[in-house]
Ligand binder design. Structure first.
Ligand SMILES: [Zn+2]
Length: 257
């Protein structure tokens, strides 16, 4: 059975708080998924979905787009939410310099505060890093990750991946791996140690090549599994088993359910 390590099933594009996706999980071959928070509301919604639906787990955190909302009050709320049985990670947190108006200093402060929270509550971290490699690597190099973490929707170089791996992090691949021009990414995916690989959809975003232009769904993680199997010369079943075992090792609270 598949585990989608990163999805946003309470996104308003689905219009039902994730109920439809959750109802179809067994039929779609999904054992579990992590519903990832991006701000206060989506983090609360993720916890609510995890409470309601079997196989749905939550993470709480603020995306680097919104560093200004990372207040002491919100961090306190995340701390309380992190004690919930089905909150398995802090994230998604990180750095994203894609939009022109980004505030670099504010993003770094928000990242460090949430990293400190993750270390304090003893949970793994879901990282988002886009167009900020230099600063992100500097952040990684200066810190330890006692409960590990994952580079979500990885799209960097092998050199950066190696630094993440040395820090004990996992590397998660999403729909981008299925794109025909994703040669660098395919090379990285063929080199990451098998026990550090995760797969994800980032649904409703980043649909795989076969579903371009459509809203993405967690069931499409099967297409990422198939591409990874092809790159690694393993069967789809083996990749499915390995990535599910890895997800349960990283998100260790999943196993206690
Ligand atoms: Zn995401």
């Amino acid at each position: 059975m598949l585990i989608d390590s990163h999805a946003h099933i309470t996104d308003e594009q689905y219009g039902d708080g994730g109920a439809g996706i959750a109802a179809d999980m067994k039929k779609d071959g999904l054992k579990a998924l992590v519903c990832v928070g991006c701000d206060g509301k989506s983090s609360r919604d993720a916890v609510a979905a995890a409470e309601k639906f079997d196989g749905v787990y939550a993470s709480v955190g603020v995306h680097p787009y919104y560093p200004e909302i990372v207040t002491d009050e919100l961090l306190d709320e995340f701390k309380t939410l992190s004690r919930h049985d089905k909150v398995v990670a802090i994230g998604e947190i990180g750095l994203d310099y894609h939009h022109e108006t980004y505030d670099r200093d504010a993003q770094i402060v928000a990242l460090v505060k949430q990293y400190d929270l993750a270390v304090e509550v003893g949970l793994p971290i879901i990282f988002h890093s886009r167009e900020a490699t230099g600063d992100f690597i500097e952040f990684l190099r200066a810190r330890e990750f006692p409960q590990s973490g994952v580079m979500h929707c990885y799209s960097g170089s092998w050199e950066s991946a190696e630094i993440c791996l040395k820090k004990g992090l996992y590397i998660s691949f999403g729909g981008k791996l299925t794109y025909h021009n994703a040669r660098v990414l395919a090379d990285v995916a063929s080199r990451v140690p098998l026990d550090r690989l995760l797969i994800e959809t980032d649904a409703p975003y980043l649909s795989p090549a076969q579903k371009l232009g459509e809203i993405n769904y967690p069931k499409n993680v099967a297409l990422v599994r198939d591409k990874l199997a092809e790159l690694r010369g393993l069967s789809a079943e083996e990749i499915e088993r390995i990535t599910a075992e890895n997800a349960e090792r990283l998100f260790f609270k999943m196993k206690k359910q």
